[in-house]
Design a protein around this ligand. Sequence first.
Ligand code: ARG
Length: 594
Amino acid sequence: MASVTSLTASVHQRLADALTAALPDAGSADPLLRRSDRADFQANGILALAKKAGANPRALAAEVVERIVKGDVIEDVEVSGPGFLNITITDRAITENLAARATDPADRLGVAHTDHPGTTVIDYAQPNVAKEMHVGHLRSAVIGDAVVRILEFVGETVVRRHHIGDWGTQFGMLIQYLLEHPHELDHRSGSEDTAVSGEEAMSNLNRIYKAARVLFDSDEEFKTRARRRVVDLQAGEPQTLDLWQRFVDESKIYFYSVFDKLDMEISDPDVVGESGYNDMLEETCRLLEESGVAVRSEGALCVFFDDVKGPDGNPVPLIVRKSDGGYGYAATDLSAIRDRVFGLKADTLLYVVDARQSLHFKMVFETARRAGWLNEDTKAQQLAFGTVLGKDGKPFKTREGETVRLVDLLDEAIDRATAVVREKAGKVGLTEDEILENGRHVGIGAVKYADLSTSAVRDYKFDLDQMVSLNGDTSVYLQYAYARIQSILRKAGDARPVAHPELALAPAERALGLHLDQFGELLMDVAAGYEPHKLTAYLYQLASHLTTFYDQCHVLSDANPPEVVENRLALVDLTARTLHQGMALLGIRTPDRL
Ligand code: ARG
């Protein structure tokens, strides 16, 4: 494997060896190593170990220092305070480490794969057929897409599932309406090149939805026909299914247009909606009933939980089959678990779904555990996300109190971002096309970054002014940091990035280099906990180290000897590639010129 051993790992190993030598009885002792402001690293583990062994911590620390191998990686170790170790790394080791990352033949910047990759099914980006997408669907898509990319990068096998809402009683009304007004979705009988746009598709669906609703609420006979149509749909009556399929297809045109705007690849085989599990529902119920996990209660098939009670103190069951024989959301999710575990052979199931559905998933997972479909080796987890709030701190709504259309929001972000890009475009010499393209990358990047940079469970404020701000923790700040490096590399002319391990480094170079060294370990941590916000924090710190570096060190200065220029080019080049890789894992583009 071509992965690069991090300096942290090397230092850790040396300290652990010295500790074991000094305290042979301690077994594998953890030196508790962290990055530190005082030196490059600090080890705090000796205190606890000394206490356990009944030794004097400072004396033990001194003994450990004696045994640490110095010179190649570790420049210096000092005992400080009650028994901490302050560790300084050699400049040579830093530069050599960065050079190894830069020349990684696998082009992974030296990042390793996880030790035990498995198969993860991730359920995300799940809009509902014949309905507009809103900010909740945005969060699921953005977080899910980032987690997919991160997991795949560290070597996990990932299966994507877009569990779209494509089944339910509302289709009776829609299908019946279309049956009685057959020309309402007729455009596709026209020539191929009159393909509808996503926008048109949604407006068709909206129109039909509203008209059908009006009829349903005002016309008792239509209502009866619509209800009968639900039965036909469930029975798989061909003409009814055909019309249902037209709603699904029309909706997909719209969904794909939104995902395209979001710069996200969603592919057809991964769209397995609620309807995809219809054939399993009956068996799921039978298995649950036979094993006694589910019981009949007032005609319905239910699962009960000791700790789930309603406001009246009575237990609230998970209803797997209603008393009228209909299956709901729970039956579908339980069947999907069986498919994902036994069909797709997943060992991890992730659900990127709104926190307001947490009780549902808690009950579904517990049911699957009782049924033996989930266990120690096969786990399910909801990556619950919080609500998107408006600037006023209340759930995001239009002035009229309606849910905000996702498309409008994205368009506004792109408009704002384009204005920001345009302001600086003259200096960089961008063409109008480039301004528009960068505007899209900056606008969509801003929305994604804002979403990903707070921990998912927390609510967050949707504030476009803040999102496209050039200063602070925003994607555009990182995109400018990247573009600035590209501009330096272009200006460097014949000078190439070449590492020179013999050179002494300035403090800002060391700080930047040591931060770059942590990228691989950070990604392992991000992947293990499904926490993209730790990656945004890392990248923001990286850009901040870069800013300090620019303040203190010139790259292309005539006063620099050529090898200093080359070494600094190597440093900024690796920084740019790390920014690019990190942003790509978040689904955000880094334009070369901005
Ligand atoms: N379509 C649902 C919604 O819009 C989300 C589906 C979540 N996934 C699942 N397996 N239940 O709220």
